[in-house]
Design a binder for this molecule. Structure first.
Ligand code: FCB
Length: 465
């Protein structure tokens, strides 16, 4: 089945304002491989992925898609697609193998070379300082449950800026602190694999504090285009019963508002503070922290994939939950087609989310830092990957985004997740999100049909502009 025959027309109908930019995103541990190269220290994802039973078929990022060795080829692919910007993350354990102290210049040199290659191709680099690969040495001291890690993160931000600040304008501190904190410490599905509400709530606050401290360091060094990426999942109650409505409020609180509100208005939502304290896991806020966390930003990174419908149940579901005190809340199976991740396809939810952010983060420009979908792609006999579902998802979400822009959402750019098929964390290599297919046996890259649609759309946009 392929719908690629019709989708390019839908894509052709889309228009974007002058100055709007398109890119693609990746993250260090998902693509680089080379975990033992040039003095890199171990990260919590090395430890987690090598722990039996933690990831799909025991998959690890040891090799991934060999981007560390193949970055030139990958930047050339980006240039072929006409990408205007590239969002990637910097591996903290490449730069500071022990998390703090000794700086590994060879680690920094890799990112210097990558950035130079991007600039040489006219592609704007958008590094993220932390996309989940905490140095294991810091985890051994408590990781994000330890307040000191926030200060270490700010030190690391300074080291990276000192190396790249002369050639990078756009800086992001964290990717999806919700996942680091709650999938990592409450659900146990991500590194470091804890299931402890107290640890989770400490990680929430220390990640946000680390963001604020790093933001201060970057500002002091003259950064004028600074942001953070949050992941938003709209929560809808299954019915209008008070119990379901309260379940949706609780999950919206921990998924969305607990991260957005301290950043944009310097306060945690009162209902979330209450829920966490009632669950015996209060946020460990100290005097002055919220002023640090609310450091002014120039843009907010928005990651959007799907929506959830939730309902309250009498007995604990027995499933791991990312939400503190969420044991009696069920996340319903989405209606309609689902991606291989099991996620639904909800473009309208994207429009609604962007309009919500227009209202709840007024004056803060938005950048879509991730959006995309995983499908069971294969290279066909004709040598092509006919990923009609991905094209459909891409075009419908771009249309949903432009709908919101027409209604006043200030969206400045869009990064597709992902440039390449890659290591999808605990789901391993079974989930393919790339615009470009990777044969994991040979590392051969093959742009999928969706990549061509995206490239055509970018070409039309840049020629029109
Ligand atoms: C996001 C992550 C990204 C990728 C996508 C599918 O939560 O930021 O690394 O795994 O999901």
């Amino acid at each position: 089945m392929t719908s690629t025959d019709v989708r390019p027309d839908a894509a052709a109908a889309l228009t974007f304002p002058p100055g709007f930019f398109f890119g693609a995103a990746t993250a260090s541990y998902q693509i680089e491989g080379a975990v033992d190269v040039d003095g890199r220290g171990p990260s919590i994802w090395d430890t987690f992925s090598h722990t039996p039973g933690k990831t799909h078929q025991g998959d690890t990022g040891d090799v991934a898609v060999e981007h560390h060795a193949r970055y030139r080829e990958d930047v050339a692919l980006m240039a072929d697609l006409g990408l205007q910007a590239y969002r990637f993350s910097i591996a903290w354990p490449r730069v500071l193998p022990q998390g703090a102290g000794r700086v590994e210049q060879r680690g920094l040199d890799f990112y210097r070379r990558l950035v130079d290659e991007l600039l040489g191709q006219g592609i704007d680099p958008w590094p993220t300082l932390y996309h989940w690969d905490l140095p294991q040495a810091l985890q051994d001291e408590g990781g994000w449950t330890n307040r000191d890690t926030a200060a270490r993160f700010a030190d690391y931000a300074a080291v990276v800026h000192d190396a790249l600040g002369d050639r990078v304008r756009h800086w992001s501190t964290l990717n999806e602190p919700m996942c680091s904190a709650l999938l990592g410490h409450q659900a146990g599905q991500h590194a470091p694999g804890e299931r402890d509400a107290v640890a989770a709530s400490r990680a929430v606050h220390h990640l946000l504090l680390g963001h604020g401290l790093a933001a201060g360091v970057l500002r002091d060094r003259g950064v004028d285009h600074l942001g953070i990426t949050l992941n938003f999942t709209p929560m809808t109650p299954a019915t209008d019963s008070p119990a379901d409505v309260d379940a949706a409020r609780r999950l919206d609180g921990q998924q969305n508002r607990m991260f957005l509100e301290p950043i944009v208005r310097g306060a945690y939502p009162a209902d979330v503070v209450h829920d966490l304290a009632a669950a015996g896991a209060p946020l460990p806020v100290q005097d002055g922290d919220l002023e640090v966390i609310a450091a002014p930003l120039d843009w907010l990174g928005v990651n959007y994939y799907f929506c959830s419908t939730v309902r309250a149940v009498e007995e604990p579901t027995g499933k791991a939950t990312a939400f503190i005190g969420g044991e009696c809340i069920e996340d319903l199976t989405p209606e309609g087609p689902t991606t291989t991740m099991g996620w639904g396809v909800h473009p309208q939810g994207f429009t609604d989310l962007l309009l919500r952010l227009r209202d709840e983060a007024p004056g803060l420009p938005l950048v879509i830092t991730e959006n995309g979908s995983a499908w069971p792609d294969e290279v066909a006999a004709d040598g092509q990957v006919h990923d009609g579902e991905r094209t459909d998802y891409l075009v419908r979400h771009l249309a949903a985004m432009t709908d919101a822009m027409t209604l006043g959402a200030d969206v400045r750019g869009y990064f597709a997740w992902s440039l390449l098929d890659n290591y999808e964390w605990a789901r391993g290599y079974a989930q393919r999100f790339g615009l470009v297919h990777v044969d994991y046996a040979t590392q051969q890259r093959t742009p999928k049909a969706s990549a061509r649609v995206y490239a055509d759309l970018i070409a039309r946009h840049t020629q029109a502009g």
